[in-house]
Design a protein around this ligand. Structure first.
Ligand SMILES: Cc1cc2nc3c(=O)[nH]c(=O)nc-3n(C[C@H](O)[C@H](O)[C@H](O)COP(=O)(O)OP(=O)(O)OC[C@H]3O[C@@H](n4cnc5c(N)ncnc54)[C@H](O)[C@@H]3O)c2cc1C
Length: 389
């Protein structure tokens, strides 16, 4: 079985590794001239890290990953911790894999390095595809083409594969933007920030920050409600003073972090309506191409990693029935991805409450049990996407 994975992001690369491990003949086609990611952080929870570890990547993950002790939910103004959910050794012992924080570039690089170079085709932008019986022909902007038995669109939220297979439909601006900064550790020594994930919740916004790149940088993401987004680009250079102005009355730690930004980028957050189907004949989708979500459960990339593991297990088990394997793939993956899309959207409301009765109810619920306690998060972290297939 010959497979083309379109897109060499976290989803596409990890899917390729799972497919290779399943003994399948897979090639990755990435439009950019090299494998890489924007300068920002990413959290990888045990449901995804377990799968990467099975690919033999533990040593590489440990070399560049940071292991946080906890996820702290905090109040925007006085900094009070409303809930502290452990994600350190307790989580690793319970779920059999660590919770990591990475610089995206480090993670993309280590995944890319694990794919044999002859199977990684950079500078290949997909522009067309055609299904001919049981074959799919992919055409690239550089004139190259590939005939395969299965084409997997892992080409992100603006997926060309999705467009070609399911028709045009534009991603929607969610009304949220993220101001992103990567702060060198030496600039914020005085703030004494614990190796943990911190989520400051306040009126019309929240701020998440955690250490990445073996602790050399603090990744900071400041989300605000924004109204319309008219800029063509989804990632654009921002103004640190403007970011600071948006968090004028927030806790000094939040302001101290923004003040330390060497530069900032504004990331317009988009999503899409759920797709009725993920596959058409011998073409399927994974990751943001089929289920983009707001990042407020920190699960978009994790779900793309799960997609690849499930898909590879099914194709290995049903090599003579690709459409059947794709139907099963969707049956297994869609409910979980949809649940996380919904949970992420719900967190937007919860995280952005103005002070008042709703916020007090939220804080009391967090103090009581908490949405990220080990007991409550089991459904998410325990899931084994390869085994369920
Ligand atoms: C602010 C923010 C914070 C986030 N934090 C987290 C987090 O902590 N944890 C988490 O799990 N998720 C997080 N996410 C979500 C996560 O970033 C995405 O879900 C994930 O990157 C999706 O991976 P992907 O491989 O599906 O798509 P992408 O990362 O978008 O990769 C798609 C790849 O396809 C390539 N491509 C596109 N078109 C073509 C074409 N025509 N031909 C060839 N190649 C093409 C692109 O160049 C790219 O390399 C966050 C997202 C945001 C915005």
């Amino acid at each position: 079985m010959r497979i083309a994975v379109i897109g060499g992001g976290i989803g596409g690369l990890s899917a390729a590794l799972h497919l290779l491990k399943a003994g399948l003949d897979v090639h990755v086609y990435e439009q950019s001239p090299r494998i890489g990611e924007i300068g920002a952080g990413i959290q990888i929870s045990p449901n995804a890290s377990r799968l990467l570890i099975r690919l033999g990547l533990k040593g590489a993950l440990d070399r560049v990953g940071v292991r946080p002790a906890a996820v702290n939910q905090r109040r925007w103004d006085d900094g009070r911790t409303l809930q502290r959910a452990p994600v350190g050794p307790e989580v690793e012992a319970t779920f059999g894999a660590p919770y990591y924080h990475f610089h995206r570039g480090d993670l993309a690089e280590l995944l890319g390095a694990a794919v044999p170079t002859e199977r990684l085709h950079v500078g290949h932008k997909l522009i067309g595809l055609e299904q001919k019986g049981e074959k799919v022909v992919a055409r690239f902007e550089n004139g190259a083409s590939a005939e395969v038995d299965l084409l997997v669109g892992a080409d992100g939220i603006r997926s060309r594969v999705r467009h070609l297979a399911f028709g045009p439909e534009k991603p929607r601006f969610t009304g949220c933007v993220a101001w992103r900064g990567l702060v060198p550790a030496e600039r914020i020594k005085h703030l004494g920030i614990e190796i943990a994930s911190h989520n400051w919740m306040g009126p019309d916004g929240h701020v998440v920050h955690y250490w990445v790149a073996s602790g050399r940088f603090m990744n900071v993401v400041c989300v605000t409600e924004h109204g319309a987004w008219t800029d063509e680009s989804w990632i654009t250079k921002g103004d640190v003073a403007e970011a600071l102005a948006r968090y004028k009355e927030w806790h000094p730690t939040v302001r101290g972090l923004i003040q330390a930004f060497p530069e900032t980028f504004v990331w317009a957050l988009h999503d899409r309506l759920p797709l009725p189907r993920w596959s058409d004949g011998h073409v399927t989708l994974l990751g943001d191409a089929c289920h983009p979500m707001l990042p407020f459960m920190a699960q978009g990339a994790a779900q793309s990693i799960e997609d690849g593991a499930t898909l590879a297990s099914l194709l290995k088990a049903m090599p003579d029935d690709i459409p059947g394997a794709l139907r099963r793939y969707e049956t297994l993956r869609k409910p979980r991805a949809t649940r996380l899309q919904e949970a992420s959207a719900a967190n937007r409301v919860r995280f952005h409450l103005h002070d008042g009765p709703e916020q007090q109810k939220r804080d009391a619920a967090m103090a009581n049990s908490g949405d990220r306690s080990i007991a409550n998060i089991g459904w998410l972290y325990r899931h084994d996407a390869a085994a369920v297939a």
